[in-house]
Design a protein around this ligand. Structure first.
Ligand code: URA
Length: 205
């Protein structure tokens, strides 16, 4: 991994170029065994200087095939929730804790998370979001370094400092869980997205 990438400041106009350089390096990554089973590295997508950054667990089969995060049914729902607060996927940045698909969609292992963390740190530093939204139990526990579950944490805000970023973090239900549970889960997610929109607006000068 090129150590220089992402640690020399981030004027908004150069974030896109630097993120592209980081992405090119990540596409070659062999830092953990997930590299052997992947079709594509799923680096991240969206606006390089977004105020809102969504972070999921890791790519599934659709993402592994396309190289783009959240493109399956869960991705369609995420897109709808984003559009429900009058934004588009192009207005936000979307990434995952691990960039390569774990076999059979199992949870990423501690070694895989640790080896992938420098990529996420650099993404955070370059995008410099005001609000980080963790999608689901796994990403929330991983980023908040907590054992508390998503049901307890969702819709609340937490101070978040990582990768040189000073932001707030709001956990929400994973879109796959919303699809499984429907009804109240969807209503909760919609309410949480309204909170996210308000917090992002209040933090942007
Ligand atoms: N689930 C995730 O956590 N991330 C994706 O990119 C797709 C599904």
């Amino acid at each position: 991994m090129p150590e220089s990438i992402g640690f020399s400041g981030h004027p908004a106009q150069s974030a896109g170029a630097t993120l592209a350089t980081l992405r090119a390096a990540a596409l070659e990554c062999t830092r953990c065994p997930l590299a052997e089973g992947r079709t594509q590295v799923v680096f991240g997508s969206g606006r390089a200087d977004a105020d809102l950054m969504f972070i999921g667990e890791g790519p599934g089969a659709n993402e592994d095939a396309s190289g783009v995060p959240f493109v399956g049914r869960a991705g369609t729902l995420l897109t709808q929730l984003i559009e429900g607060i009058e934004l588009t996927r192009e207005d936000v940045y979307i990434a995952n804790v691990v960039k390569c698909r774990p076999p059979n969609n199992r949870d990423p292992l501690p070694l895989e998370i640790a080896q992938c963390a420098p990529w996420l740190d650099r993404q955070l530093r370059l995008v410099a979001p005001k609000v980080v939204v963790t999608l689901g139990n796994f990403a929330t526990k991983s980023l908040l370094e907590t054992t508390d579950g998503i049901t307890k944490l969702r819709g609340r805000e937490f101070p978040f400092r990582r990768g040189g970023v000073d932001a707030i973090l709001v956990p929400v239900l994973h879109p796959s869980a919303i699809l499984r549970n429907g009804g109240k889960a969807l209503a909760d997610a919609r309410a949480d997205f309204v909170l996210i929109k308000h917090r992002a607006s209040s933090l942007v000068p």
